[in-house]
Ligand binder design. Sequence first.
Ligand code: P5A
Length: 437
Amino acid sequence: MYLSKLFVPITKDLPAEAKIKSHQLMLRTGMIKQSSAGIYSWLPLGFKVMKKIEQIVREEQNAIGAQEMLMPTIQSSEIWKESGRYNDYGEEMLRIKDRQGREMLYGPTNEELITDVFRSSVKSYKALPQILYHIQWKFRDEIRPRFGVMRCKEFFMKDAYSFDLSDEDARKSYNKMFYSYLKTFNRMGLKAIPMAADTGPIGGDLSHEFIILAETGESKIYADKNIFKIDLNQYKFNDASLQKMREDFTKIYAVTDEKYKEVDFNKNVKKENQMLTKGIEVGHIFYFSDKYSKPMNCLIDDKKGKKTSVKMGSYGIGVSRLVGAIIEANYNDNVMKWPKTISPFDAVIIPSITKNNKENLEKAEKIYSELKKQNIDVLLDDVDENMSNKFKKHDLIGTPYQIIVGLKSKGDNFEFKELNSKSEILSLSKIIKKLKK
Ligand code: P5A
């Protein structure tokens, strides 16, 4: 992509409510534009990043055997009346009526809808276990939307739902998802801590939040630093190993302020290992057994032919929230550094261009087509602007690698720079090798 063609409305004027770095940087680099309180348009740069996050989430869900589907955003109130949550959900639910006066709502979550899909098609234990998921917009009429895409009204969520015959089997599905979440966040360069959590309006008695460390996070956390030492690679993808994994994680003290007790913290964690900080919740998983299947009559025949309510869990990842959360975890002064797996571009070529000398631009175009041939997603800054402005702009956008075509480049050798480190002079073939790594 040529920068002159890319729709990135970089702006300097920030609204007063943009208080945290991710919100400011996303507005400044034209990743998003607010359309009304807590509702955003995703412009090309922001959308590209979000799609990369979505794809990692999808791959890791598929890897544990979850199946992708798509449910609508608008739901009928009937199923929510059956589960008993229509009134309980309160003012966060956006309620609407269609032209026949039927009560509808914009889905804040999908436990009821998936239970309805499931009960109409699955009747026997033989079809179990199943995990279904979709990646779809949600709406919650948050009383105080803030922090840009981190707490907004309309947001993009991956929500998965598991169906099992017994409580024991359901916990195996829960463990698979627990493992999948840790792998998903690792691939985004994030170290997420699983923490025992309250279940709120979703319900159930087993729940973990996945929290990443960031000073601007909304959750206060109290944890033992040893939690970071657990190596996921030691576990195999089988029930016994995944159970051991969950036990290993839950043995180590890590709670949010809802569950924090000073005496427990001091008793369980040595002073030098105590970590008191803030974090952002990027995922949340729940096991709630028959909370929805029982009132909604989602029954299956067990091995003896007896009807029993299917045992369910639900598992959410805030896909759009992750865009902001990853910025919060990685920015440094005004430099946004994307993890390589998430960055909107793999590299940017920055030629020094003047009115009378377009030689560097021509060289840059050649590099561009070489990199494109190698399937490297590269941005070419073909804008006629001074180099210091260009550098500021690209630091802001945060592409992890820069190829600078200016005074220091000679023949087939160019200045190559990884953000936040010193540049080196490398041949194009060496640059390609590095980028492909
Ligand atoms: C789990 C999947 C649920 O809704 N039902 C289906 C369960 N859980 S949750 O914790 O309420 O939300 C899951 C994740 O969605 C993100 N999230 C938000 N992102 C942006 N703005 C919001 N207002 C918002 N609310 C929730 C979080 O990442 C959360 O972990």
